[in-house]
Design a protein around this ligand. Structure first.
Ligand code: MLT
Length: 206
């Protein structure tokens, strides 16, 4: 039993000082979805993988939307803070280092990770965003991302999240000081091997 406010899985790292990957699934996923991906990206890491609490006809998400790509932004803000508070509480419960948390999100999970960067940058030391878009139409101007490393992998043929939107996100994060690496690869919304190999190569250099 624990008092953490999200259904989640936590797996300790191989060493006490291992970094932690915060795994954030896509629409309809759950807390187990991204564990194999996380292990491929950083086998030594600890993993914290919550299940999104918003339900869209039974499909778990991290925030509500009015239509594909049209977000309920009040909900984005509220749930980003709730998720950030969960990460802080989980660090206290599982004794991981809150300064070594890297979000790894796919699609809806990447979008809430982008919202975390903009609204609660103190809980992330970096992020890997697969198929992400700008989560807020009026993001705070003052989010200080001071050289935070962010890797964005966009699909050139993604019909759900056009690569142009990922480019806007990259510019927005760069404006706030993040060190952004944007890759646009020949892929649709689905992840392909190149997403994983290029994100792993990027993570290995951090
Ligand atoms: C979202 O709703 O976050 C994006 O449209 C991606 C998706 O989950 O389909």
């Amino acid at each position: 039993m624990n008092n953490l406010q999200f259904v989640h899985r936590y797996l300790p790292g191989k060493t006490p000082d291992a970094r932690l990957l915060l795994l954030l699934h896509g629409t309809g996923g759950d807390e187990s979805d991204l564990l194999p991906l996380g292990r491929e990206l950083a086998s030594e890491a600890a993993f914290l993988s919550p299940r999104g609490k918003a339900s869209e006809n039974g499909a778990a998400r991290f925030f509500r939307r009015d239509a594909e790509g049209v977000f309920d932004e009040g909900d984005v803000i509220r749930r980003a803070h709730e998720l950030a508070d969960f990460v802080v509480a989980a660090a206290a419960q599982y004794h991981f280092d809150l300064t070594r948390v890297i979000a790894v999100g796919y699609s809806n999970g990447a979008n809430i990770a982008a919202a975390l960067l903009l609204l609660r940058p103190e809980v992330l030391s970096g992020a890997v965003l697969f198929r992400a878009m700008v989560p807020l139409s009026q993001p705070p101007l003052a989010s200080d991302l001071k050289h935070k490393p962010v890797f964005i992998s966009a699909g050139a043929a993604d019909r759900i999240i056009p690569a142009s939107n990922a480019e806007q996100l990259a510019a927005l994060l760069k404006d706030r000081g993040a060190a952004v690496t944007l890759r646009v690869i020949q892929a649709s919304h689905r992840l392909v091997r190149e997403d994983v190999t290029s994100a792993k190569a990027w993570l290995d250099l951090l």
